[in-house]
Design a protein around this ligand. Structure first.
Ligand SMILES: *[C@@H]1O[C@H](CO)[C@@H](O)[C@H](O)[C@H]1NC(C)=O
Length: 186
């Protein structure tokens, strides 16, 4: 009796192992390994970008708004669609936009978490973007934030941005920030 049970259990197992694979459809592929690019095919470029970022809360057409929390206080969260210009003046040529958000993320209210896509509309970078994710202790003269990826000409981007406040109008919170970005990309 015992050996009969063992035998039938064995048959069941064999049946499951032999038959089941035929019922699993495997034509869809979730991921695949691509051959590693040959070193000679990778041409990494280093770009330096220089522009001014205009964070505008005042006036009829603000490009930055506080959407949550208290303004300029821990937890305050701002969404931006800020113009990036070639020169320091607001009416200078717009070369791109900084679309994203920042949040007051330190208890002493002196540093921000920045999550932002910089999209460009000028010259060869038109249509390309890179993403910045970092900490911005905005009272410091120069803040460094990582560039963590990109699209278009900035594919595989990595690098860093140096942000330096050029002008800050305390009352409304409007700011003009000079950016120097060094980015390696394919
Ligand atoms: C940027 O690309 C868009 C879409 O392809 C095009 O309409 C626009 O004219 C381009 N701008 C410049 C300055 O080349």
């Amino acid at each position: 009796m015992a050996s009969f049970l063992t035998c039938s259990a064995l048959f069941t197992l064999i049946f499951i192992f032999l038959i089941t694979p035929f019922f699993i459809v495997t034509d869809a592929k979730f991921s695949e390994q691509l051959p590693a690019p040959k070193a000679s095919h990778i041409v990494e470029k280093m770009s330096h970008l220089h522009f001014y970022f205009h964070d505008i809360f005042s006036g009829k057409h603000p490009t930055a708004i506080t959407v949550a929390g208290r303004e300029n206080k821990f937890g305050g969260t701002v969404i931006t669609d800020d113009p990036l210009t070639e020169g320091v003046e607001h009416r200078s040529k717009v070369v791109g936009r900084a679309q994203g958000m920042y949040a007051w993320s330190s208890l002493d209210a002196a540093s921000l978490l920045v999550v932002m896509n910089f999209e460009f509309i000028e010259g060869k970078y038109n249509g390309s973007s890179f993403s910045l994710l970092g900490r911005n202790p905005f009272l410091e003269t120069v803040r460094e934030m990582p560039v963590v990826g990109g699209t278009g000409l900035f594919r595989f981007a990595r690098g860093y941005a140096l942000a330096k406040t050029f002008r800050f109008s305390g009352g409304k919170g409007d700011a003009v920030v000079e950016y120097n970005v060094f980015v390696m990309h394919h």
